[in-house]
Design a protein. Structure first.
Length: 141
């Protein structure tokens, strides 16, 4: 049997995932990071994107996070995010509308939205749309 590591993903609203995984892939600020059992301790900020949880038997679960922080201990990974949603539950129409609004705010720079806020919302919307596209591609196989 393969070694596993316990993973907890928690948003401001609730616990999204708690279980074991063979490894995970996470969108850290420094780039995509793979974490396996007995990984060295680490604390890193996350950017908006998809956390991919690889479970026993090749099963994979995808969860979108809006950013946050990840703490890694040798046998436990904890991810804290303001927003965390299972990839299958993402709303494509809402993500497209958020992308449109952020792009409009960046183009006009006269709206009520600050530049940094618009850039953050655009990054989050793009990450959601990329997650949706990857999940669709995987399901169509």
């Amino acid at each position: 049997m393969a070694m596993t590591i316990h993973v907890d993903i928690v948003s401001a609203e609730s616990e999204i995932f708690s279980g074991v995984a063979e490894h995970i892939s996470v969108p850290a600020q420094m780039g995509e990071v793979g974490i396996y059992p007995r990984h060295t301790q680490m604390l890193t900020p996350l950017k908006p994107g998809e956390v991919r949880i690889f479970k026993h038997g090749g099963e994979e679960e995808a969860i979108y996070v809006s950013g946050g922080v990840m703490e890694v201990q040798p046998h436990v990974i904890t991810i804290l995010s303001d927003t965390a949603v299972r990839a299958a539950d993402l709303d494509e129409a809402a993500a497209l509308e958020a992308k449109r609004a952020a792009e409009e705010a960046l183009a006009n720079r006269s709206g009520g939205m600050e530049l940094a806020e618009a850039q953050t919302q655009l990054a989050e919307a793009m990450a959601q749309l990329q997650t949706i596209a990857r999940v669709r591609k995987k399901l169509s196989r």
